[in-house]
Design a protein around this ligand. Structure first.
Ligand SMILES: C[S@@+](CC[C@H](N)C(=O)[O-])C[C@H]1O[C@@H](n2cnc3c(N)ncnc32)[C@H](O)[C@@H]1O
Length: 335
């Protein structure tokens, strides 16, 4: 700090370090704003601080602290006695599924509350129970659990679909099968862009029927488990969107082999999910997957190697517009 030429750099480094130190507080400010409905309230327009405090049953002096904290994080501003959303705050409130995702992070944070024990694998994680479908079709038969996860997945699919479709061109495809397609949010986005493309969705029996409600006659719905059943044939393109990272290498190898068997020569496989090699992949999704205890975040080149092992031709290069949304690796079945 005493050397003028590097003072600015040192201050920036110091701020970045302090942000790391204070990260938990930042996350809790965000969750507080979601839990208290502040984003939802301010989406309807600016509000005086006292009214916001009264509506949320928070004492005004404490709400003033929360609002200032939200302002410090670039989410809120207070002008002319009214609290309002900044552009970032408004965008955050409007991203489909994001407030729900922030709220469900309390489960992840409980799992991470003793990080040394977490990394030593001494924690019975709650997230492993939140996503029971990963363990197989039997565990997914609880409709309440299935509905909770399906909603979170479908809401967050909008951006994933946008980036996947920007990176994996489907204009030459005739028939796409989305394996692990959930309740059909990805295929709904595909259908809107490619009206002539034939669509099939494959998912567990507890999940797939809901896709029929969303997609209607636009898609054929096939129920089954890719752990136990062969994948239906007929599609010239298969997509696996946010599926591989839920599973260990043995299951992924079997699934990629099944996709290879289901495709004709020249058929195309599209893998889209957050990958290692980015801050989001390594400092968020990797921990999330570890807490789920079933899968892991992989580098694009690892996914590429697994695809090649299954018989696909791929350069294994992950492409991404926004690594925190998704990355894409594609391959072609060799003849
Ligand atoms: C993380 S979700 C992704 C859903 C959707 N592709 C998306 O991106 O929104 C993983 C999906 O894989 C499905 N799945 C998990 N195990 C499966 C299995 N053994 N057979 C078929 N689908 C399975 C789940 O039901 C779930 O819909």
């Amino acid at each position: 700090m005493r050397i003028p030429l590097v003072r600015r750099l040192v201050r920036r480094e110091g701020e970045a370090m302090f942000d790391l130190v204070a990260g938990f507080c930042h996350a809790q400010i965000l969750m507080g704003l979601v839990d208290l409905g502040v984003f939802a309230r301010l989406e309807r327009g600016p509000v005086p601080l006292a009214a916001l405090a009264a509506e949320t049953s928070v004492p005004e002096v404490r709400m003033a602290v929360l609002v200032r904290a939200g302002a410090a994080l670039g989410l809120l501003s207070e002008r002319f006695g009214r609290v309002r959303l900044t552009a970032r705050g408004a965008a955050l409130a409007a991203v489909p599924g994001l407030p729900g995702m922030i709220a469900h992070h309390r489960i992840l944070y409980r799992d991470l509350s003793d990080p040394a024990a977490f990394f030593r694998d001494e924690v019975e994680t709650e997230l492993a129970g939140f996503w029971p479908y990963v363990f197989g079709a039997g565990a997914a038969s609880d409709p309440g659990q299935a509905a909770a996860y399906s909603r979170l997945m479908a809401d967050s699919q909008l951006l994933v679909a946008e980036d996947t479709l920007a990176l994996a061109n489907l204009s030459n495809a005739r028939h796409l099968m989305d394996v692990g397609g959930g309740t059909g949010a990805f295929l709904a986005a595909v259908a809107a862009r490619h009206p002539a493309l034939r669509l099939t969705l494959f998912d567990l029996p507890a999940v797939a029927p809901e896709a029929a409600t969303r997609l209607g006659p636009r898609a054929e719905i096939r129920s089954g488990s890719f752990r136990d059943d062969p994948l239906p044939c007929g599609a010239d393109t298969i997509s696996l969107v946010r599926v591989l990272y839920d599973h260990d290498d043995t299951t992924v190898r079997a699934l990629l082999a099944a996709a290879h068997a289901a495709l004709p020569a020249g058929g195309r496989l599209i893998v889209s999910e957050p990958m290692s090699g980015s801050r989001a992949g390594d400092a968020y999704f990797a921990l999330y997957c570890m807490a789920m205890r079933t899968g892991r975040v992989r580098r694009a080149r690892e996914i590429g190697a697994l695809m090649r092992e299954a018989g696909f031709q791929t350069d294994g290069k992950g492409r991404s517009r926004r690594p925190f949304v998704t990355s894409v690796v594609t391959g072609v079945r060799k003849s």
